[in-house]
Design a protein around this ligand. Sequence first.
Ligand code: ADP
Length: 975
Amino acid sequence: MSAQLVLRQRAELVQALCCGGTSEGLESILDLLLSWGSLVWEDYLSVCVAGKTLSSRTRDLLDLVYSKGDSACCHLLAAFSQVLPDAQKNNLSFGKCSDVQNSQEMPTSATLTLLSDRPGMVTKLRQCVDGALDVLFQKGFLTSSECEGIQLPVYTSSQQVRRLLDLVQFKGEGAANMLLQFSQKIATAAVLPHENEKSAQSAFVSEFQKKLCSSISAQSHFLSTYSGTGKFSLDDIYTEGLLELGQGGKDTQMSLNLKDVVGRVGTLNKEADTVLISGEAGCGKSTFLQRLHLLWARRAALHDYLLLFPFSCRKLNTEERELSLKELLFLHCCWPDRDQDELFQFILDHPDLVLFTFDGLDEFKQTFSDDRRHCCPTKPAKVSVLFFNLLQGSLMKGVQKLVTSRPEAVPPTLRQYLCKEVLLKGFSTDGIDCFVRKHHSDPGVASRVLESIRSNTALLGLCHIPVFCWIVSKCYKELLGFGNSSLQTITDVYLMVLHHFFHHRVCKGKRSEKSWVQEHLHTIMRLGKLALQGLHNSHYMFPETEVQNCGVTEDDIGKGFLIQSKNISFDNKHYEFLHVTMQCFFAALFITLDINSNDKLTIQRLFVTECTSKGCLGICQAKRPDGPGTEAPNLQITSTFVSGLLSQRHQGLLLQCCPVQTLHKRSKLVVKYVSRGMQNHFKSIPPPVKGEKKSMHAMPSFVWLIKCIYEMQESEVAKNVVSKLDVEHLKLTYCSIGPLECTALAFVLQHLKCPVGLQLDSNAVGDVGVEQLLPCLHVCHSLYLRNNNISDEGIAKLVEKGVQCDSFQKIALFNNKLTDVCTQHLAYLLKTKKNFLSLRLGNNNITAAGAEQLAEGLRCSQSLQFLGLWGNKVGDKGAQALARALENSQALVWMSLVDNGVGSAGAQALAKVIQNSTTLEELWLSKNCITRDGVQYLVQALEKNSSVTAIWLRGNNLSPEEVEEFSLKERRLTF
Ligand code: ADP
């Protein structure tokens, strides 16, 4: 049986072991087989022949074990099961072999003990091979050339241990005993340090910890966006953002707190120790990490970690030297004043006490690659190699790592090494409130700012992204002074902050004929040039020389857009923009206003990416393979700003700075490329499968193009673009759609000619997003909003508009935050809309009272065909109310009350619906508490019904005998 499994899965086993490109997996399997006695020494040597490729060695092993019969094959499968990470085990079958343990008798000699404990010895000794070699050399068991042979840098530390074990195997009992004693000693030292040693050790560790804490504390005390004013400490302004588990987690909508981010909640891959915190630019990733650092430095959180090493990918970009891991830690985070080697050894020996954080993977020059394995902590390598091996786990396995990134910069090759993904979704509506109140000590001002934000829903949508919220709140004088209705787009918001910064520094009294943009044109262009160059080269931190080369003056710096990097370990001054979106905005200003540029090339480069060019069906490539790593996502933000700046509404402001013909020409080009990008999307829609609707699954760049069109604020462009979209279903699931994106979508989609099904499941739409979608509700026949943090308030607004939209017929609201309160609105919808077809409310908090409310509407509806209430709490009372309302329905086709605490009384009431209905086809009643009596009512009702095809009853209060009896009696009952 096991032999058959090995034979049948030969190709898959070879692939699983070799796909990573390193021999660590194969060697770990050999360790296990040797220790279990499934292979003898000669077998082992025959597989390990030098010079053979990894795959041919793996095949040799499979052949060898197969020839040894079923029991050896069973051990082989067990070893695969232990060694392979979960992600690679999915498609393999291990039969009953996954739990094989060492069945060898107790070893009778030190040499045999080394053999039977080989896997454990490799783990124990790999952090201290040099120490073991020292001891064996001093005692005369090994020669210096043998030691050197083992220490060759081509070997990883695990391989060095294996070579040592192989050698000691033939050196006799004395050497084996010595090695066993050594390993025993380090094991005890790790578990229970000798008192003297412990206090000495804690002295140098705690000394370093102190230094680390004070350096981290100093760096995280202020937010960079407040530098210059220095008014707010992080404590004053920090506002909790929305944190959720990423795709693939069980409870994706569950809110997380700081502790959960490093904790076990939502772990998808237990083998991995890298947690990804992802979110769009400006949603608060760096600030979240900064908060975490500060709390750790004050010992107010993350107590399990003795040491925390914070890395910035921006800073790692500037490192050109090859470094060892030790140098990387100490040079980039904090330099220990003494005992560097001991401290590093402590880190290696106690990975569980150490936390690494990496901010801004999306800003790292190179894309993550899995090509070069590097396991040796002392061997120097390029920073990218160290970084990727840390994330992937070859280096410092067991150390927890947190990495922040924009989602598009995380390639699938990295995803397989992630322990979990946490999504940072910006501020909730309450969060905006809290932030603004923290920002303004005068409660009167705070209330006026909030009033102003709330009265403009586009602006409210924008403020869910913290960086925009910060700008709006910072520029409150402009906001309150000039009225807020003109603020619709992110370009408007960034022009406001530009005005704010310049305005503050303009000498009062001097009146000028020039527009304020023209007045500061030189500064804008110099900063813009620096910004654009930076984006093209993945530079976000600029040394002074680079700043000077772009002509940026002290005076320009004084305007406040560029700030000095606060990283203290730099020898030279470095500058960065207040935020990457600010860098993109300056780059966009440069592209828009530079009279010397070749428009076609510059604008084409911005808009024509892999995804918008013809025939592209794949996911947008996050980074260009041939160029610097981080260009694409930032160019998308830049192009969004360019679309806004070149729109007609801002041309008045820019006219004095650039000839009108040039602006017109550029504007036309933008419209052309955006339209063409959209057409290419539409052309890539596959023809519908027979019997199914024509549907388009939007690619990430679709949302970007929609945002560009929104920035232009020109309905004609939107109208033209969507006039060519001919689909019945538009799928935008898992596309990071928040309120801001909803505003843009509605702006464009409202011009659709024919109604579509708009599927927005698993995004962050929320109540504000729902409100933003209303302008396009008349062109939605169905709206799918599963997993979107929507509450009763959102439903109230949706219904108010929905009843006026003829085409609107279906809504899916599975897994939101709905309670009984929303059912009165939904009842009104059912009563009022005579053609409403489908209402799905699964996994919310609707109880019997809500069901009773809903029943009021159902009684009047002659059209509803689908009613889904899976996973609510309507109970018998609710089921009875619904049943009474549906007793005479001649439309209902499908209904689900799965997992609702419905008992036999509820079943009895539902039996009446079955009895009378000529339309009902399926009734789902699984996972309830219906007993024999209840089922009997259903059976009797079915005798009088010919339309029903299935009633699902799995997981009710029935014995196996009753299940059998009823299955025989009525085949339409499904258990
Ligand atoms: P990201 O790293 O996702 O691009 P940042 O963390 O740099 O975003 O946030 C940009 C700006 O938004 C910050 O400088 C700060 O002004 C504001 N901000 C972000 N998150 C918060 C927060 N949780 N509380 C207060 N302000 C925040």
